[in-house]
Design a protein around this ligand. Structure first.
Ligand code: ATP
Length: 156
């Protein structure tokens, strides 16, 4: 499916806002069109938005720049010793701090599988006490900049 990233991210952010009553600010830098699976990409964005919602209290920010989508929160952050384990099944940072949010530690492993299925790369950068940024990089083979239309590389 062909997906116009800026419109798609805005739509996803709006539906998340509606569902959870949490503000999501979208900042579009450069949009592009990608060839991807809409439903998987939506689920992937939702997992990161949902973590941002659970582990922070302020507005959530999304930035779109070409084939990169960053989901940023100013929440509790992830200690550096845990950052390599959060994509493992059932891994949750310090049970005491995450108990009130519930969850099984399955969101991120699922995100990893969804990303693999659509050929995207996902990373998490975080600073404890300051916040977390989840980065989705869509495959460069499947995207073409906004000015091009039709098949990849073919000018309108
Ligand atoms: P669920 O299975 O409902 O998604 P979960 O949030 O515990 O539950 P993951 O999404 O896999 O599971 O996240 C794993 C752990 O990584 C979380 O328990 C939390 O400690 C940490 N984490 C993930 N995202 C963030 C974030 N944005 N800010 C702070 N900690 C986070």
């Amino acid at each position: 499916e062909t997906v116009q990233i800026s419109a798609f991210v805005q739509e996803t952010a709006d539906s998340f806002e509606q569902a959870y009553g949490r503000r999501v600010q979208v900042n579009m830098k450069e949009s592009c069109t990608v060839e991807t699976d809409r439903s998987k990409l939506r689920q992937l964005i939702y997992i990161f938005l949902d973590n941002a919602r659970k582990y922070s209290d302020e507005d959530i920010q999304i930035e779109v720049k070409q084939n990169t989508i960053c989901i940023r929160d100013k929440g509790i952050g992830i200690p550096s010793e845990d950052i390599n384990k959060i994509f493992d099944r059932f891994y949750r940072v310090d049970k005491a701090r995450t108990r009130k949010t519930g969850g099984f530690g399955l969101g991120l492993p699922i995100a990893k599988e969804l990303a693999e299925a659509i050929g995207a790369d996902v990373r998490i950068e975080s600073e404890e006490g300051r916040g977390t940024t989840a980065i989705i990089i869509l495959s460069e083979f499947s995207f073409y900049p906004g000015i091009l239309k039709g098949k990849r590389g073919e000018k309108e």
